[in-house]
Design a protein around this ligand. Structure first.
Ligand code: TYM
Length: 377
């Protein structure tokens, strides 16, 4: 079943045929069949004897989502839930978001907004377990237990931490430093095998794998080593500086998924490109054009090479107009759905509460096992 997936496991798992910009029927690697899964009864049988993989990921409620979050994460969540061989859990990473300054009112609104976004983007509570990180206190408990086997040195090497510290000079709290340990707890607590994320999270996934291995070596086989799963749009770049990653902390270069068509046209029109005239994918020489091609490919599911052919002979101005139109149309359904869910906040709350009950059951069982093997129970 993975053969029909558009996903890639983390870069080091890619084989040399996975052509850059090569569209969506990508090479793939099966997550290893893990004997521990068998023991825990997580393996499910669909139409005979297919494995069912547990997928988990999260997004922080820190304001509006940009097209990088959408293509690098959210649309992949939706695609994964459509594939019958996955059991999906997706969470609003509200605890992680507290590492940045906020007011309680803002935070409450941001959490509800992201819950609404999950549903508007197509996450379906019948097929995915949707929950808020802070509502499952076992995740925070495991975070502490894992922090006792995490080394200061390995956290100091996290590039996201270094980045954030350099940008957020006024609020360098210790949670910024220990952030990846909570992420590891989120993942390991649910026996997650597959974690769909953008490239910026891969280092955290590597740490998660190291912690799982370290814990297992010391206390016996209890955690699964998860793998990152990524599409080609794994690193969408900033519109105003295509050599930097699009990031909520640099809003000037962001295309937000709830931007109006007018704003999309304006931003794409002003996107930094080069002084050449050719529309061709070349990350080094033409980062701006390559970024627009990546975004278009992610939204339309067309191969980059097809997009290059379609754009042949266009001026940059015409190409940007076409790109803005395509992006705007691709986000139309999402925008409409967001408006509709916006009027059903009570239902959104109920959906997440139901998801939290399901998540809590898994979490409670696992944390007991963890406590037992380390001698707390
Ligand atoms: P966050 O909220 O920063 O980002 C959410 C997702 O968006 C991806 N992303 C991008 N993808 C492509 N291009 C970009 N420019 C871009 N910017 C962001 C991120 O890689 C991410 O997948 N730590 C996580 C949240 C989290 C989590 C977890 C994820 C908490 N616990 C457990 C997976 C598993 C974060 O800060 O994501």
């Amino acid at each position: 079943m993975y053969a029909s997936s558009q996903y890639l496991l983390s870069p080091r798992h890619r084989d040399k045929n996975s052509a850059r910009g090569g569209g969506h029927l990508m090479n793939f690697v099966m997550p290893e069949k893990n004997p521990y899964l068998m023991m825990e009864g997580i393996v499910d049988t669909i139409e005979g004897n297919c494995m069912k993989y547990r997928v988990l990921s999260g997004i922080q409620p820190t304001g509006r989502l940009h097209i990088g979050n959408y293509l690098g994460a959210l649309t992949n969540f939706v695609q994964l839930q459509e594939e019958a061989n996955h059991e999906c859990l997706f969470m609003v990473a509200d605890l992680h978001s507290l590492t940045q300054s906020y007011t309680p009112e803002e935070k409450r609104a941001e959490i509800m907004d992201l819950m609404t976004t999950f549903l508007a983007a197509g996450l379906d509570p019948l097929r995915s377990t949707l929950f808020r990180q802070s509502r499952i206190s076992e995740q925070s408990e495991l975070y502490w237990l894992l922090s006792t086997i995490t080394y200061f040195g390995e956290l100091s090497r996290m590039t996201q931490y270094k980045d954030k510290v350099s940008r957020q000079e006024e609020n360098i709290n210790s949670a910024l430093f220990t952030y990846p340990v909570l992420m590891a707890a989120d993942i390991l607590l649910y026996d997650t095998e597959v974690v769909p994320v953008g490239e910026d999270q891969v280092q955290h996934l590597e740490l998660t794998r190291d912690l799982a291995r370290r814990f297992n070596n010391r206390f016996g086989q209890l955690f699964i080593e998860p793998k990152a799963l990524m599409t080609q749009a794994t690193r969408v770049m900033s519109l105003d500086d295509p050599t930097r990653k699009m990031s909520k902390s640099l809003p000037g270069g962001c295309l937000f998924i709830d931007d109006t068509p007018e704003i999309i046209h304006d931003k794409v029109g002003k996107a930094v490109t080069d002084s050449d005239r050719e529309i061709r994918y070349d990350e080094e020489k033409k980062p701006g054009i390559s970024n627009l091609l990546t975004i278009l490919s992610g939204l339309t599911q067309k191969e980059i090479i097809t997009l290059e052919k379609e754009a042949a002979g266009m001026s940059y101005g015409d190409f940007k107009k076409m790109a803005a139109e395509t992006i705007s149309n691709a986000l139309l359904l999402y925008r409409e759905a967001k408006g509709e869910w916006g009027h059903k906040q009570k239902q959104v709350e109920e959906i997440f509460q139901a998801g939290e009950e399901k998540a809590r059951k898994i979490a409670d069982k696992k944390i007991r096992e963890v406590k037992r093997v380390i001698g707390l129970l």
